[in-house]
Design a binder for this molecule. Sequence first.
Ligand SMILES: [Zn+2]
Length: 54
Amino acid sequence: MHAQSSLHQTTTTERGSFALARCSCGWTGPARRSRDRARTDAADHLRTTAGDEV
Ligand SMILES: [Zn+2]
């Protein structure tokens, strides 16, 4: 079941010329120069936390 999406809702925020990923759980990714990188960080976070739930 994939009913945990509400626990970790990732978004990308832009600060000046940097982009960083944020999650509803309070996690924040490092500042990146491209939004694609920030999205990758968010995906990595979701994977890591998904493993934690087990
Ligand atoms: Zn999270």
